[in-house]
Every structure is written in structure tokens, then in C-alpha cells.
Design a protein around this ligand. Structure first.
Ligand code: F0G
Length: 459
């Protein structure tokens, strides 16, 4: 077995979890239309659905809750967060939002016009959908290595500069409202982006007069990967690395439910004063006043603490080691995972495990359902259910290149024995993989369909 790094915390509050019976699991997943998003969480034993908003708060964060100032305007908690954001990211102005997609919605509402294209390494599904919802087209320009699950590359989340250069000249700057990059690249396996790539992407956007926004959900994990893997950064602190990364950007959207280790919250920041004013007006319409943006004062306090805890290097080294432990243990079963291991999740290659199930019959969904049936484990399909879409010009269904199941690890929540249990369940599934069957939709909405769609098994 790979070695496990002990958790750098002890447990102060516990929340019981139950492994319900096999019959009860079969009934629960049938009732859910074979969509794990429709399961009751009390029917789940180990929940890897997401690392978003599922982290355990520290004693400092719980204490900070009591400091919350719930004033509608100008709350003390807002100014505390403003100081933290200036200190951590070097941005003077920011808007709190209730989560990351709210920041994306506001940014897209203000800057994306129908027919425009927004480049990134890879857009996450909510970013993708928010751009489409305004009539725009999200464009993914990640390096080709990202599509080869076994290719070892230290920064597989990098944006391909050649692809970007030709994209800009073919599209024309007038049709590009802004450029983005996602750190770490969640849709591509939680893979980091190098500092060199961030700097060069920023330079290219700026050379063409385009503002550069970072989708910063996992900024701290990305910074720690830079420290571990990029020449010249080994002696720098995560704090310094974060400051440098954001120093190249003109703004960022952030789901604070990840690396700020809070249960709810997001951020939108922008240096351009005129654009910031428009974003503020849109925020007031959709989220709330500029000093709370859909959050309670106590949430702002908890975020101020969590931003720093998420950058703690002892925590980050444990965090990345825990993810790698799970990945290496799954690999030892003979299953393929995206390599090298990303920050927040292990991505199992369901397409490879279930070659008898075609993409149109959702091999990732078949594996996710089997994990629940076998062991009450909930994990999320990241493949054709989430990303297959008709080509806007030809109408032909375009499938993503990989059919994955993501095991996202909540922060500071599960211990080694939960991971070992998961590996045992996957070992049982590996033995009977040839008997697993595909699925078809019985209902699917047009956007973000994985959340509410329903399936029926293909006999
Ligand atoms: N950007 C990235 C890279 C994300 O991973 C997410 C959320 C968002 C934006 C949207 O943030 O959920 O706060 O609205 N990812 C979660 C996940 C849902 O499970 O990976 P949100």
C-alpha cells in the first residue's frame, strides 16, 4: 500500500454516517432516477460528490462566526474581508457573491454579448453554462497532453499559447470580451497551471488589449503545485506565489467553497473601475448589496479566516498527499486514473474500465451507480452526461474526449479508513466490470443537465 500522511488535525465534532443495506441502496438509487444528485445525503456513506462547500471548518472559523456583523451596508465583516483580499490577492475592489457561479453570472451578464467567444484552458461546467446563457461560446484551449490520462506532465492544466494566438487572430478581439484561465483545471482532472503559463497567457491577452480573469476556485492547491514542481519557486511561500499569480490578472471569479474552506460563498474582483461599477449594479440586482452580496456577515468572517487556512503549507502538503494516496491505491487495482494526481480529486477513467459501454450510454454514469450500489459511495460522472452537446453549427452530438468519474475529497473531513474502504469497494467493482450496463436519459434539461436529469438502465 502507498504510505498515508497522518491528518494534521484532530476531530472535535463528529457527524455520524450510515451504510444502509444493499436492498435500501438499490431502492434509493432507483428512486433517484439513477442520478446520484437526487440521492438523500443520509443514504450516502462516503460522499465524494464534490469538494465544494463540504469542508470541515476549523475552531478558528467557528469562533469567527460570532464576530459576524449583520449590518446591511458597510458591515465590519465586509471590511475585514476587504483587508484579507487586498493582503492575499492584491485587489482593492471585490464583490462577495453567494457562490462561484453567481460571480460568473454577473461577469457574463455585463461583458458577454451574443456570438462572443471566451477562451480558457478549460471552463468548468457552470462557467461554460453562464457564457452560453448569455449567447456566448466558451472555448477550451488546454494543451493536448491534458487529454491523455496517462501522460505525465507537471502542469497539465496549461493553456496552449499557440492555440490561443490563432484563436485570437481567427476570432478577432472585438468578439472576445475577456480571456480566462481555470486554476486548478477541474474539468481536466484538477491539474495545475504553471506560473510561467499564467504569465505568458496574461501577456498574450494584454498584447491584444483583452482583460484576463482567473477562475480561482482552487488557487491555493495550484500555488502549492507551483511550489513543488516549478523551477525557481521551491523556496517561495504559497502566500508569495498566490500574490504573484494574481498580480498578472485583471480580475477573478472564485468559488470560495473550495480553497477558502467555507460552506458557502464566492468572490468577484476586477481592477477596471468602470467595469467594476457595472458589476456592482448587476450584483445589487441579483445577489444583494455590495458589502454582503448574498452572504451573511458571519460567512464573510469565516471566509476571511478560511482564505489563510487554505494556504497553510502543512495543510496543503497533507491535502495533496491524501489525494495522491487514494489515486495510487486505485491504480494498484489496475484501474486507470488521470495522472499525475490532481489536487482535489481522483478521476477514474470509466471509459477504459468499461470499454463495452459506448460514450452515448454513459460509462461514467454506470460506474458512479455501481459505486453507490456496492458501497454507498457517491461520486460524480464527468463525461458525456455533463459535457456532450450538439455542435452549434452541425447539430451532431460532440462527446468529450474522456469518460471519467470524479472522487472529489472534501477538505478535512474523511480519514484514511474512509479512503481504504473506497478502494475495497472499487476492487469488488473491478471484478465484475464486464457485467455493468449503460444508461439512457429518461429526462434531461438543456443546460447543466447532470444536476436534474434522470436515467433508465439499458437492459
Ligand atoms: N469554477 C470551478 C473551477 C469550479 O470547480 C466550480 C465549482 C465553480 C467555478 C463554480 O462554483 O459551485 O461555488 O458556484 N465546482 C464544484 C465542483 C461544484 O464540484 O467541482 P460554485
Amino acid at each position: 500500500m502507498p504510505k498515508y500522511m497522518p491528518e494534521p488535525f484532530r476531530i472535535k465534532v463528529v457527524e455520524p454516517i450510515n451504510l444502509i443495506s444493499r436492498e435500501a441502496r438499490e431502492a434509493a438509487i432507483r428512486r433517484a432516477g439513477y442520478n446520484v444528485f437526487a440521492l438523500r445525503a443520509t443514504d450516502v456513506f462516503v460522499d465524494y460528490l464534490t469538494d465544494s462547500g463540504t469542508g470541515a471548518m476549523s475552531h478558528h472559523q467557528w469562533a469567527a462566526m460570532m464576530e459576524g456583523d449583520e449590518s446591511y451596508a458597510g458591515a465590519r465583516s465586509y471590511f475585514r474581508l476587504k483587508d484579507a483580499i487586498q493582503d492575499v490577492f492584491g485587489f482593492d475592489e471585490f464583490l462577495p457573491t453567494h457562490q462561484g457561479r453567481a460571480a460568473e453570472n454577473i461577469l457574463a451578464a455585463v461583458l458577454v454579448k451574443p456570438g462572443m467567444k471566451v477562451p480558457s484552458n478549460m471552463h468548468f461546467d457552470t462557467t461554460d453554462a453562464n457564457i452560453r446563457a448569455r449567447g456566448g461560446n466558451p472555448v477550451n484551449l488546454v494543451i493536448d497532453e491534458a487529454f491523455d490520462p496517462s501522460c505525465i506532465h507537471p502542469f497539465k492544466g496549461n493553456l496552449d499559447l499557440k492555440k490561443l494566438e490563432s484563436f485570437i487572430s481567427e476570432t478577432g478581439v472585438e468578439n472576445i470580451p475577456f480571456g480566462m484561465i481555470t486554476i486548478t483545471n477541474n474539468a481536466g482532472g484538477g491539474q495545475p497551471v504553471s506560473m510561467e503559463n499564467i504569465r505568458m497567457v496574461a501577456e498574450m491577452y494584454h498584447r491584444h488589449g483583452l482583460p484576463f480573469f482567473i477562475d480561482a476556485a482552487r488557487f491555493a492547491e495550484n500555488a502549492y503545485f507551483i511550489k513543488l514542481r516549478e523551477q525557481g519557486y521551491g523556496h517561495k511561500s504559497v502566500r508569495e506565489i498566490v500574490k504573484e499569480m494574481f498580480g498578472y490578472s485583471d480580475g477573478f471569479t472564485m468559488s470560495a467553497k473550495k480553497d477558502a474552506i467555507i460552506n458557502i460563498g464566492g468572490l468577484l474582483a476586477c481592477r477596471d473601475k468602470e467595469v467594476f461599477q457595472k458589476l456592482s449594479n448587476e450584483l445589487i440586482l441579483r445577489e444583494g448589496f455590495v458589502s454582503y452580496g448574498g452572504l451573511a456577515g458571519r460567512d464573510l468572517e469565516v471566509m476571511s479566516v478560511g482564505l489563510y487556512e487554505g494556504m497553510d503549507e502543512v495543510y496543503l502538503s497533507y491535502r495533496l498527499a491524501q489525494t495522491d494516496y487514494l489515486a495510487q491505491s486505485i491504480k494498484q487495482l489496475g484501474m486507470s486514473v488521470i495522472e499525475p494526481t490532481g489536487g482535489h480529486a481522483v478521476y477514474v477513467d470509466a471509459g477504459k474500465l468499461l470499454p463495452h459501454i459506448p460514450a452515448a450510454e454513459f460509462p461514467g454514469q454506470a460506474l458512479a451507480v455501481a459505486m453507490y450500489q456496492e458501497g454507498g459511495i457517491r461520486a460524480c460522472e464527468i463525461g458525456s452526461v455533463m459535457f456532450a452537446h450538439p455542435d452549434p453549427e452541425t447539430g451532431v452530438m460532440v462527446h468529450p474526449r474522456l469518460e471519467l468519474v470524479r472522487l472529489a475529497i472534501p477538505r478535512r473531513v474523511y480519514t484514511q479508513s474512509h479512503l481504504d474502504f473506497t478502494v475495497e469497494v472499487l476492487a469488488d467493482i473491478a471484478k465484475k466490470s464486464a457485467s455493468l450496463k449503460g444508461f439512457r436519459f429518461s429526462y434531461a434539461p438543456p443546460l447543466l443537465r447532470h444536476f436534474t436529469c434522470r436515467f433508465e438502465p439499458i437492459a
